[in-house]
Design a protein around this ligand. Structure first.
Ligand code: ZN
Length: 463
């Protein structure tokens, strides 16, 4: 994102107790309402692993009403007598598990589902939820004070959900540690275009509506899903290195658009593929919409979403996130610097590549301009706290950490480390400790002191 501008069993003493423990662990449970993230205790769910979402979304901008049906294919990680999905506010009319009607209750943002029979550990099951209503954007301090999520535009809707707004428009295990593949089908009034993740499977008009089917066949975090709808001019093709590209721009922006979004997207996708490793997705692109109130852009998987015309440095930032955030996703939200510090550092690398400013000078500009008593230095980058998870220090001090690392281990090790990281955790999740260990392995150096000073300690680090 960019702002413009176990319970572990203790040793069991007796054979009888051991037997009881085994018996207890195989009895069906009720799952868990959260995945264990201290910033968002109720996001994600325990007891199953989401594998594939089939989302059907019908949206009418005149009434602002969404009618949806979500079929989630999941694998039980324990025997379940019931389980939860996350869904904020919308009304649920029907739930089926493995094709049979299931009971459900609502408790805040939890949709608690009790299937007809027990779901056995390791078995795959499907849950289909039929729901609808008028989705509400979220607000509060988290996303630079802006609204975010499902946001109405003059001609449709702009959908950008980091960190916790996916469950305002589809029932899900709404946490980046539970990634899945997607089929997303959008029904909108004829003349509007539905833009989503991955590749376009089909689009056709029928009975006054336009139907669009997108498929994201690479694992995706819920917050990176979109179903942005509106009038769009679409340009498709391939980048110079051959990656398919799809750029949708709201036609009202045609005259104010001073950046060639298509050309910059193509060039940055190709350049990052050389620096960070092979491009992880089937298509690159952009969605440029007319939603200036949103004030931010988001690294929506395969097609970053820009809420207005944004500059080149924002585009290269969001595309760097395709590696850092989208392909390699955070295990817990406190690790968010692994997304934002890296995408900000990518902006410095881009300037270096363009010959306008070295990353060393970008580092010094950020370091020297902030006195030691600035509140900027008080953020602990490796655990910035929920409401300040997008604090500028997560971006800037995160990027400074990477430059400090580069100057310590040298260019050769540093530019080996970045693609090693994206390769090792491709399509998965990772945390800060894993990055530190990999940096030590690739460089052959002990780096605890550097990371302790830059990531885990409040205060301005001495150079
Ligand atoms: Zn970002």
């Amino acid at each position: 994102m960019a702002l413009s501008r176990s319970a572990r069993w203790t040793a069991v003493a007796t054979a009888a107790a051991s037997f009881l423990a085994v018996a207890a662990s195989s009895a069906p449970t009720q799952g868990a309402p959260g995945i264990g993230d201290t910033y968002f205790p109720n996001l994600g769910n325990g007891g199953f692993d989401a594998r594939h979402y089939a989302l059907d979304v019908a949206y009418d901008p005149d009434t602002d009403r969404l009618d949806g049906r979500t079929t989630l294919t999941a694998r039980a990680t324990e025997s379940l007598s019931s389980f939860d999905l996350d869904l904020q506010k919308l009304d649920v009319t029907r739930v089926e598990v493995n094709g049979r009607r299931a009971d459900f209750t609502r408790d805040g943002d939890e949709l608690h589902i009790t299937p007809h029979g027990v779901l056995r550990e390791h078995r795959t099951f499907t849950v289909t939820v039929t729901y609808g209503g008028v989705p509400e954007a979220l607000s509060g301090p988290i996303v630079f004070g802006s609204d975010y999520g499902w946001m109405k535009t003059p001609d449709g809707v702009f959908v950008a959900c980091e960190p916790n707004a996916a469950s305002t428009w589809f029932p899900s295990s709404d946490h980046p540690s539970d990634k899945a593949t997607y089929d997303i089908r959008i029904k909108a009034p004829k003349g509007l275009t539905g833009v989503s993740n991955g590749r376009l499977v089909s689009t056709y008009d029928k009975g006054g509506s336009t139907y669009t089917h997108w498929r994201e066949s690479r694992p995706m975090a819920t917050y990176l899903a979109t179903a942005t709808i509106g009038k769009f001019d679409v340009k498709t093709g391939r980048t110079p290195s051959g990656i398919p590209i799809y750029v949708a721009i709201d036609p009202v922006l045609a005259n104010s658009n001073t950046v060639d979004v298509y050309a910059v997207t193509a060039a940055a996708t190709d350049y990052w593929s050389r620096v960070f490793g092979p491009y992880p997705f089937e298509e690159t692109g952009a969605i440029v919409d007319d939603m200036p109130e949103a004030g931010f852009s988001l690294e929506v998987q395969s097609k970053p979403a820009y809420s207005a015309v944004r500059n080149e440095t924002t585009i290269v930032h969001e595309l760097a996130h395709q590696w850092f955030g989208d392909s390699v996703s955070v295990e817990r939200w406190k690790d968010i610097w692994l997304n934002e510090g890296f995408a900000t550092y990518a902006q410095w690398l881009w300037a270096e590549h363009q010959g306008t400013r070295s990353a060393h000078d970008s580092f010094l500009a950020g370091y020297d301009s902030r006195p030691a008593d600035s509140s900027f230095w008080q953020t602990v980058v490796a655990d910035p706290q929920r409401d300040t998870m997008f604090a500028s220090a997560v971006y800037q001090r995160g990027a400074m950490t990477l430059q400090a690392l580069r100057e310590r281990i040298g260019d050769r090790a540093f530019f080996k480390l970045l693609p090693a990281w994206t390769h090792l955790h491709r399509y998965g999740n990772a945390d800060t400790g894993q990055f530190i260990r990999l940096a030590e392995k690739v460089s052959g150096q002990q780096l605890d002191d550097l990371f302790h000073k830059w990531l885990y300690t409040a205060g301005k680090p001495a150079l």
